[in-house]
Design a protein around this ligand. Structure first.
Ligand code: KIV
Ligand code: ZN
Length: 518
């Protein structure tokens, strides 16, 4: 068992559970499987695949990931009651290594207003829940929700009872992102010192980023003896998100001199995995995001550029290639064949079956006709755009728009539904060509959507660069993200919209009655 004296920090990824709870970040089954395979390639120790009782879709995703993904332990979340725990166990049955993750809130505010439980009841529920889960598997994690706002003495008592009942990992969440680094590190140190059986469990932390402290708090906890960090790719998660996986991993690696700790992460997969998650969730990565933002390794000031050319370490503490960034290299062209593309796909960690590869290859040929030079970023956009849209049911056949000063913008669109031979056509006008296009699509698919955000960005440089359209749309009061890329920005706009429509149609599954945790 990892103890505070060991130098391995367990990386527990919760992109598919807490990350998926970000507004609009919902993923369908095939997207979750793609992300889970990428996380296994990345080398995470634990994948939290979902909250099985929350919905049939969540259950199915945890079960499929447990069936198919090998390497990391697969965790399923459960509240501290037999029904939740039994459902998690059912979903995890076929995992190579399963972990049941049981949680119960412990802070006074949650005890009083949410649970309406006394301290004694919380202690009893903790024991019963952990013991119930322990019948099914050895690897049990217990989380004291809102631990950072819990009385430390009471928290120590809860943790002692959870370990006595069989918990092997004790997670200390800062559920509302309230803690400060020194204070949070102090709490972990206090628990490890004052819980009499603390040597029988790994201490873990799960920090939210409401005050921008999630990574700093997690690092302070690690210094105090925590040996598991819960985090998400790109830091996605409830509200302001969770501790960012790429930041925590690169901080430990880059400052090994300071922390003297290791993780099992293959850091060269960080950037591709970040791109993948951004693509399937439709949530763009902010340009100046540490480690994986598009500006993370860009030097603008002449003095910096000169310094880096003279000696990389003058202004760079990490090499772009260490995190899998390949600086816009020209990779393939019009004459590149199937083998070259296959090699690129493999090198970049994508798992495409034959059918998917064929579709990407056909799109690549079309792109190569439209665009002289094809860069790494173009290929990422192509493969991920394909992953986004190929599960349909709606796809675009043709789009035509007309717009100009003094004329009424109009759009005519032709869509296809699954493999149905029939074509569905509509035309509409609007304030601009994109609005006209979205109106025409709405008429065909019968969905009313409100566009909340529209962002267009160039994938690479040059007039023939692909345009990447990222949108946020509200349908039935729920937010969805969509994104797509093409050299034709109107086509990209249409595909991004259909990406949202398809996502909406697939996620219309019944949800659990109770609110899910942070
Ligand atoms: O933020 C939180 O407290 C959680 C727990 C379920 C770990 O997500
Ligand atoms: Zn959380």
């Amino acid at each position: 068992m990892t103890s505070k004296d060991d130098d391995h920090v367990v990386i527990f990824d919760t992109t598919l559970r807490d990350g998926e709870q970000s507004p609009g970040a919902s993923m369908n089954l095939s997207e979750k499987l793609t992300v889970a395979h990428a996380l296994a390639e990345l080398g995470v120790d634990v994948i939290e695949a979902g909250f099985p009782i929350a919905s049939p879709g969540d259950f199915e995703a945890v079960r499929e990931i447990a069936r198919q993904v090998r390497g990391p332990a697969i965790a399923g979340l459960a509240r501290c009651n037999p029904a939740d725990i039994d459902r998690a166990r059912e979903a995890l049955k076929e995992a190579e290594r399963a972990r049941i993750h049981v949680f119960l809130a412990t802070s006074p505010i949650h005890r009083e207003h949410k649970l309406r439980m006394s301290k004694e009841e919380v202690l009893l529920r903790t024991e019963e829940g952990v013991a119930h889960a322990k019948q099914y598997c050895d690897d049990i994690e217990f989380s004291a929700e809102d631990a950072a706002r819990t009385e430390p003495e009471f928290l120590a008592e809860v943790v002692t009872r959870a370990i006595a009942a069989g918990a092997t990992t004790i997670n200390v969440p800062d559920t509302v992102g309230y803690a400060m680094p020194e204070q949070f590190g102090g709490l972990i140190r206090y628990l490890i010192t004052n819980v009499p059986n603390s040597d029988r469990a790994i201490f873990s932390v799960h920090c939210h980023n409401d005050l921008g402290m999630a990574v700093a708090n997690s690092l302070a906890a690690v210094q105090a003896g925590a040996r598991q960090v819960e985090c998400t790719i790109n830091g996605i998660g409830e509200r302001a998100g969770n501790c960012s996986l790429e930041e925590i991993v690169m901080a430990l690696r880059t400052r090994k001199d300071y922390f003297d700790l290791t993780t099992g992460i293959d850091t060269t997969h960080l950037f591709p995995t970040s791109q993948l998650v951004s693509s399937v969730t439709g949530m763009a990565v902010q340009r100046n995001k540490a480690i994986v933002g598009s500006n993370a390794f860009a030097h603008e000031a002449g003095i910096h550029q000169h310094g880096v050319l003279m000696h990389q370490e003058t202004y760079e503490i990490m090499k772009p290639e260490d995190v899998g960034v390949s600086s816009n290299q020209l990779v393939l062209g019009k004459h590149s064949g199937r083998h070259a593309l296959q090699a690129w796909v493999k090198d970049n960690g994508y798992l495409l079956d034959d059918g998917r590869f064929q579709r990407v290859f056909e799109e690549f040929k079309v792109l190569a006709d439209r665009k002289k030079e094809i860069y790494d970023a173009d290929l990422h956009a192509l493969v991920e755009g394909g992953l986004n849209n190929e599960d349909g049911p709606w796809t675009i056949e043709t789009v035509q728009t007309s717009a100009g000063t003094g004329s009424i913008p109009t759009a005519a669109v032709c869509l296809r539904y699954l493999d149905d031979e029939r074509r569905h056509q509509e035309a509409a006008h609007g304030d601009g060509p994109v609005e006209a296009l979205y109106r025409a699509i709405e008429r065909i698919v019968g969905v009313r959507a409100k566009l909340k955000r529209y962002q267009l960005r160039s994938v690479t440089r040059g007039k023939d660069a692909m345009g990447d359209v990222s949108i946020e749309v509200s349908i039935d009061d729920k937010t969805y993200h969509g994104h797509a890329a093409s050299t034709d920005i109107i086509e990209a706009s249409g595909k991004a919209f259909l990406n949202v429509v398809n996502r909406y149609l697939k996620t219309k599954t019944p949800q659990a009655e109770e609110a899910v945790p942070a």
